[in-house]
Design a protein around this ligand. Structure first.
Ligand code: C2E
Ligand code: CA
Ligand code: CA
Length: 751
């Protein structure tokens, strides 16, 4: 390179570099570069064009001596393997020298355009950044076909280098500008975000100092934000509150992971439950690069916690009594079972069911029932220890769980009885409901939680079974569970299903057994139910009556018997073979006798058949007279007023009310078969029968002997002034049709 050229080059270089350094607009710098090379290069027809590459396209940057129209037409051209000199150079990432545009295959698609502007040759060099990225192209055009000399190429390389500095600086500048814009945007977003966010955000340093606070009002803060900044939470909070917060900061930084936790703090608003989330930040303060920080977001979850508590209460507690419900009980029982397994000591579960609660509920209404249950819950809770669980598991069912009741079963049995008595004691005092006061009883079932009873469900079931046993004893008592009882209960359930089926299939009917006086004349009949089972044959009432009573099926059976009685009476009436005094007895169960619908049920059926109540005798047992005497008398009088008569069945076995007998409207006594069986022994059997007969005579009550099987018994009874007898001696119970013909035979042969 000659000296003049070198001097020119140096001066241009200085000029260009200083412009770049001063941050002159890119276009100006690039224009200068073009003008400089055009001036220095040998051929004065040289024209320079600089394009920049953005993605896959080349864009016009500077070409001061080329027609602006041409520059415009090639602006944005896509690079490729045959896209003139520049498109191809950028594509190949290497210099492309085209001596003659007219003949070059690379210019095939563009030669018309270039030639139209008088451009004949084009040498294009890619402009490459320090990171080896193509920034654009640097091209020299001539209006003659021409190849570059080595010197030309050397010169071009110089200017390509300047162009690369200018372009690269510009790219970096743009990048920095974009970064600043991005940063600004994200800052704005963050600000907007923290302003509307219901949460508080803190930036704390590793020592617990407040560095920044963002968020809504300061009611969730301990103090106003500007008073907190730069202060350490250790100085602001009590040790108890500060320690756990510091522990979280340490954990967040040590684990480098997000932490989620709950904590409570006294803030301006009051005591607030917060949900905190923390994350570590490494470069929060560029001026303090070694310092690490924690971002702490605090959300007020006090209301949510309250709702959760309410929901939990609903799920685990009975809303009426506030006692734990079955779900909670099951959980406690599971825990108890685990404890028993571990300690080998015994616990106990008491299942308590009110006697006759339904009656109170039905007669006084549910709110009265509720009142009673609430009062009972209070009383029961007062006699157990705080560590015991009392739960309401059904309408009037309560369960008391004692996790520990004894060292072993024997000890536990004794203790359980003491507890059962204590539970019963809360029923001694009457329950006041409004103006009224009620005596209520309960049946208790006890199941021990020991090494044999591990299944929660079973324990509850067993205690329930035991409770049932107490019910069957007549209520107001407690019983222990015993596995045989369970089997019995299962059999009973089976039987119940069968009874329901049998009622639908008309398998039940009444049999009839006559009663005769000492002359052998028929005075009446007793109806006795029978089940003609398709598989088992004729089944006696003792096998199914107790179950029917227990499962509430007795009324339906009773109606069947009563209908058969009415049919028979109608036939006898039609045949005119009975007189006014003739009646048929029907056995009334205890539960029916207690029911308020007894009278209406009886009247409904007999009215349907046009039968007078006087033709029906109601047999109730002696034991039914011994409970709730006032009510019993009332009930009996009401039925008597309607025309029904009463006979006391199984008399002599109840002992209880011989002396009160006169108080009841009784027409007849039936001496129990067990006494008749012993009547010939001249021992106690005989004397008892004699006492009963004389008592009845004095009260003007007629007397029937049951289960008379022999002539001797009959003779003896005649001697004792009996009124009539019933038993196999006269006839066994028989079907309606059999009885009809028996009756016809006997009235003709009798009187
Ligand atoms: P119950 O009322 O004491 O009836 C008398 C029972 O003694 C009847 O048994 C009868 O068949 C039986 N019997 C009568 N005479 C003799 C005799 O000379 N020798 C012996 N060994 N037995 C005799 P059944 O029919 O099996 O009834 C048993 C119990 O079932 C009845 O005792 C009664 O308590 C109940 N029962 C029967 N039918 C009904 C009914 O329709 N409703 C209700 N609630 N209970 C009924
Ligand atoms: Ca009877
Ligand atoms: Ca009897």
């Amino acid at each position: 390179m000659n000296t003049i050229r070198l001097e020119k080059l140096l001066s241009h270089q200085q000029n260009i570099l200083s412009k770049i350094a001063l941050g002159t607009a890119l276009n100006d710098v690039l224009n200068d570069i073009c003008l400089s090379i055009e001036e220095i290069i040998d051929d004065s027809s040289a024209k320079c064009s600089i394009l920049s590459l953005e993605g896959e396209q080349l864009f016009h940057c500077a070409a001061p001596n080329i027609s602006a129209e041409y520059s415009q037409l090639i602006n944005g051209v896509h690079i490729g393997p045959n896209v003139g000199s520049c498109g191809t150079a950028a594509y190949r990432k290497s210099r492309v020298i085209v001596e003659n545009i007219e003949t070059s295959p690379l210019w095939e698609d563009y030669k018309e355009l270039a030639l139209g502007f008088g451009l004949k040759s084009c040498w294009s060099t890619p402009i490459i950044s320090t990171q080896s990225k193509i920034l654009g192209t640097f091209a020299i055009y001539h209006n003659i076909a021409k190849v570059p000399s080595t010197k030309d190429l050397e010169l071009i390389d110089y200017f390509v280098h300047f162009s690369s500095i200018a372009l690269e600086k510009n790219v970096n500048f743009l990048k920095a500008e974009r970064l600043i814009v991005d940063l600004q945007q994200s800052n704005d977003k963050f600000k907007a975000f923290t302003q509307v966010m219901p949460d508080l955000t803190f930036i704390l340093d590793e020592e617990g100092k407040y560095v920044d606070i963002y968020g809504v009002s300061d009611e969730f803060l301990h103090n106003s934000p500007n008073r907190l900044i730069n202060r350490n939470l250790n100085d602001l909070f009590s040790k108890n509150d500060a320690l756990p917060i510091m522990a979280i900061i340490e954990k967040t930084l040590a684990s480098n992971e997000i932490q989620v936790f709950e904590y409570e703090l006294d803030v301006k608003k009051g005591r607030v439950v917060f949900e905190g989330r923390t994350a570590p930040i490494n470069d929060y303060q560029p001026e303090n690069p070694s310092k690490r920080h924690v971002v702490w977001i605090a959300r007020d979850i006090t209301e949510r916690k309250k709702t959760e508590k309410k929901v939990e209460k609903l799920a685990f507690f009975d809303p009426l009594t506030n006692l734990p419900n079955r779900r909670m009980l099951t959980e406690r029982l599971n825990m108890c079972v685990e404890r028993v397994k571990r300690t080998k000591k015994t616990g106990a579960l008491f299942f308590l069911d009110l006697d006759n609660f339904k009656r109170i509920n039905d007669s006084l209404g549910h709110s009265a029932g509720d009142e009673l249950l609430v009062e009972l819950a209070k009383r029961l809770s007062s006699v157990i220890r705080a560590s015991d669980t009392i739960a309401r598991v059904g309408g009037d069912e309560f369960v008391i769980l004692l996790e520990y009741i004894g060292e072993n079963n024997e000890h536990a049995n004794i203790e359980s009885e003491i507890v059962a008595k204590k539970l019963q004691s809360v029923f001694h005092e009457k329950f006041a409901i409004g103006e009224l006061a009620f005596q209520v009883g309960c049946s208790i079932g006890i199941c021990l939680v020991d090494n044999e009873n591990f299944l929660t469900d079973n324990i509850l079931k067993f205690a329930d079974t035991a409770m049932y046993r107490s019910k069957m004893k007549g209520g107001n008592s407690y019983s222990f569970y015993d596995p045989e009882l369970q089997t019995l209960l299962e059999k009973q359930t089976e039987l119940e299903t069968d009874i329901v089926r049998a009622i639908a299939c008309n398998e039940f009917c009444a049999y009839f057994q006559p009663q005769v006086n000492i002359l052998g004349q028929v005075t009446g009949v007793e109806a006795l139910i029978r089940w003609d089972h398709p598989g088992k044959g004729l089944i006696a009432p003792n096998e199914f009556i107790p179950v029917a009573e227990q499962y509430g099926l007795i009324q339906e059976l009773q109606n069947i018997v009563l209908r058969d009685i009415c049919t028979l009476l109608n036939q006898l009436n039609t045949d005119k073979c009975i007189d006014e005094s003739f009646s048929i007895a029907i056995n009334i169960s205890q539960c029916q006798f207690n029911s308020s619908t007894l009278k209406s049920e009886l009247l409904k059926t007999i009215n349907d058949f046009n039968i007078r109540p006087a033709q029906i005798k109601l047999e109730i047992t002696e034991s039914m007279l011994s409970s709730d005497i006032d009510n019993t008398i009332k009930q009996m009088n009401e039925l008597k007023e309607n025309g029904f008569a009463f006979s006391i069945d199984d008399f002599g076995t109840g002992y209880s009310c011989l002396t009160h007998l006169s108080a009841f409207p009784v027409k007849e006594l039936k001496i129990d078969k067990s006494f008749i069986d012993k009547i010939l022994d001249n021992g106690t059997g005989y004397s008892i029968v004699q006492v009963i007969i004389s008592l009845a005579k004095s009260l003007k009550i007629s007397i029937v002997a049951e289960g008379v099987e022999s002539e001797e018994q009959f003779e003896k009874l005649k001697g004792m002034n009996i009124d009539s007898i019933q038993g196999y001696l006269i006839a066994k119970p028989m079907t309606k049709d059999a009885y009809l013909s028996w009756h016809l035979n006997n009235i003709t042969s009798g009187t």
